[in-house]
Write a protein that binds this ligand. Structure first.
Ligand code: C2E
Ligand code: CA
Ligand code: CA
Length: 660
């Protein structure tokens, strides 16, 4: 702990949150404290803390479950976990150790003992982040970022590994990471910027597997040094397999593993196992009993897999009561494994002093040609849903290559997903072509699904339409977008925010008042808001739409017409609407590099828009060539992967900082 800065500390205490928080705060920590385990991992990561305290006194099972939930985040961020347990539960210490705790303290303990335990844990975390530096090899993997000059220098080895130039800017390096890994990277950078001199995060690199980046912030020299430590070996080596088998992974880790295996080529099958009637037991006997049941089921699955698939399989908990097994074993072996698993889970479980018979349903999919993790898992989930829907079948195998969007299944899950906070918002930068400055962002919705991972907006809205939840979803999204943006840090305080309105919103009686109230309640300034509306949202009743847009415009918002060039695209009605921006749809924008004829259309649209006094935003810009040609034709702004995909607020803030 440094003397000058309070160090952040995450505390989860089911019974004595306030007392513990006060103790730690008195000792100089900046405390983020929670009484409930929901979202613990996310809160821990956001707290910027390297130390988590799990107070399991009088709440052993909840405490263990929370420790397990935080295990991955602590491990991959080089942190420490202090478990507080009742003296009577002392035999549970070993289980906390297995769940990732690095330190423990048994009650009763004094204030001083608690504070000292925190200091020990903090030192452990500092060492975790810094230690590896001391033993760095002669030809290190890593990079150095000069905060004054904004320049980046990668070691030759690391540049080769990532296949980027040695002086590639940070965003190029970040682009080699997947979305969740990038988030981990941004959070680590933020920890460095906020308080800490050293931290770490972990990610995968194709070809060498998992690595840890140990970061050191040298404030005097104004630079960040990173050393990269490979953890595993090649994805198809038996070491990686052993590592995979060593324990259940979380859903994110499992998806990444599947992705890597697919990239490495060869056969792969995924099997999803869902416990029957788990919810009933969970409700009747309580969470602790439910958790014990899941651990029991997990052990039985592990045993069945070990006996049949030997070392070639990964097992992971996918959230809820679903488990995933991924394997490259031959089909006959998998069939055997499935049979064993079904048999093992059909045997009764002992819950407290009762006996529960659960059984399971199983869905399986084998990789198709050129398939990615998301579609493979989605097919397995669909097969599982079919098995659940059938009266008799325990197992369903997905048809090869079947790719139907699981809109029906998702529709059934959307209501609870909204309540459970699974809908997330990401922001895609809008860039001024003249100078490359990010001037605004568009808010885009995502569904962070426990099994399927991130689900895009198109599928999300299709599910909402099927479930008749369009208005509920729209309300929910608008609220979170405005709340998030209202809480943005200073680096984002000049950005405009674009929000998509649906045709359903526009058709809703009283929408203008409701929405303006919502903006004002959030505290986000009306004048920085742009509302995006598609042509199909307007075309139904032009005069009603026009009146509504006029109200918004007079209230200070700007209006963009979205997806221009896809639907009924008529320039004629643009004249009768109060508009500020025209967004050229990505299909049309990308035509700029097409045939002469394609180009004429794009050029015509841009000219017309400009003659109506509208600013033109090109969507889906992916290459420098597209950017250059669109700029030449008079486009002023662009959005697209060339600058960035949509990212979290935190990542956006980091992006603005590195670009500044
Ligand atoms: P949109 O408003 O046209 O959003 C742009 C879409 O293009 C986004 O897809 C974005 O991820 C994608 N995109 C951005 N840059 C590129 C690029 O360089 N290349 C390619 N190929 N694609 C790019 P997303 O997020 O899947 O959204 C799809 C549509 O769903 C959106 O189209 C929008 O109409 C709707 N939508 C998304 N979020 C929301 C929301 O929060 N509320 C409402 N009402 N609609 C939303
Ligand atoms: Ca849009
Ligand atoms: Ca669009």
């Amino acid at each position: 702990m440094t003397d000058t800065h309070p160090t952040p500390l995450y505390i989860l205490s089911f019974r004595q949150r306030d007392e513990l928080a006060a103790l730690a705060a008195n000792a100089g920590w900046q405390v983020v404290a929670a009484r409930r385990a929901e979202g613990a991992e996310r809160r821990f990561l956001h707290s910027g803390s390297a130390v988590a305290v799990i107070d399991a006194r009088g709440a052993l099972h909840e405490g263990l479950a929370a420790a397990e939930a935080l295990n991955g985040a602590i491990g991959s961020n080089g942190g420490a976990m202090l478990a507080l347990v009742s003296r009577g539960d002392i035999e549970a210490i070993a289980r906390f150790h297995d769940a990732g705790a690095t330190h423990f303290l048994a009650s009763p303990f004094s204030e001083t003992e608690f504070v000292q335990a925190l200091r020990f844990a903090a030192r452990h975390a500092e060492r975790m982040a810094g230690e590896w530096r001391a033993s760095a090899p002669a030809d290190p993997l890593g990079w150095r970022f000069d905060l004054r000059g904004g320049t980046m220098q990668l070691t030759p080895g690391f540049a080769r590994l990532l296949e980027v130039a040695e002086d590639a800017p940070p965003r190029v390096m970040l682009r080699t990471l997947d979305r969740s890994e990038r988030r981990a990277a941004f959070l680590a950078l933020r920890r460095l910027a906020d308080e800490r001199a050293a931290t770490a995060f972990a990610h995968d690199i194709g070809g060498i597997g998992r690595v840890v980046q140990h970061l050191q912030h040298d404030r005097k020299a104004q630079r960040i040094d990173a050393l990269v430590e490979p953890l595993g070996s090649a994805p198809d080596s038996s070491a990686a397999m052993r590592e995979a088998l060593a324990g259940a992974r979380d859903a994110g880790g499992a998806r990444r593993w599947v992705e890597r295996r697919l990239a490495a080529g060869g056969p792969l099958a995924v099997v999803l196992v869902a416990l029957n009637r788990f919810e009933v037991v969970n409700t009747a006997y309580g969470r602790a009993a439910g958790d014990a049941l899941l651990r029991g089921a997990h052990r039985r699955i592990e045993e069945a897999v070990r006996e049949t698939l030997e070392k070639g399989a990964l097992i992971a908990r996918m959230g809820g009561s679903e488990f995933l097994i991924a394997t490259d074993a031959a089909r006959a072996r998998i069939d055997l494994a499935v049979e064993r698993i079904a048999g093992a889970l059909a045997k009764p479980f002992v819950v407290g002093d009762s006996i529960a018979v659960l059984g399971c349903r199983i869905g399986m999919a084998e990789r198709g040609d050129a398939e990615n993790a998301a579609t493979l898992l989605r097919r397995a989930s669909e097969a599982l849903a079919d098995a659940k829907a059938s009266d008799s079948a325990t197992l369903r195998v997905a048809d090869a290559g079947e790719e139907d969007a699981p809109v029906d299944r998702l529709a059934g899950e959307l209501g609870p997903a909204i309540d459970h906070g699974e809908i997330d918002i990401v922001f895609q930068p809008q860039v001024s072509m003249a100078d490359g400055v990010i001037v605004g962002v568009e808010a885009l919705a995502r569904w962070e699904h426990a099994v399927l991972g991130t689900i895009g907006a198109d599928l999300l809205f299709a599910a909402a339409a099927r479930a008749d939840l369009e208005i509920a979803l729209s309300d929910h999204i608008q609220r979170i977008v405005l709340d998030r943006a209202a809480a943005w840090p200073a680096v984002l305080s000049r950005l405009r925010l674009s929000l998509n309105l649906t045709a359903g919103d526009i058709a809703r009686p009283g929408f203008a008042d409701l929405f303006l109230d919502r903006i004002d309640q959030s505290g986000f300034p009306r004048g920085r808001l742009t509302l995006e509306i598609t042509e199909s949202g307007l075309i139904e009743d032009l005069s009603v739409a026009s009146a509504l847009l006029t109200v918004f415009r007079q209230a200070g918002c700007r209006i963009a017409i979205d997806d221009f060039g896809t639907g009924y695209s008529s320039l004629a009605y643009l004249k009768s609407l109060p508009l500020d921006y025209l967004k050229i749809d990505k299909k049309l924008a990308q035509d700029i590099t097409g045939t002469a004829r394609d180009r004429v259309v794009v050029r015509g649209v841009i000219d017309m828009a400009r003659s109506l006094g509208l600013s033109v935003i090109a969507e889906g810009v992916e290459t420098e060539e597209q950017l250059e040609l669109l700029a030449k034709e008079g486009c002023q702004y662009y959005q697209g992967f060339l600058c960035s995909e949509a990212v979290s607020s935190v990542a956006l803030a980091a992006m603005m900082e590195t670009r500044a």
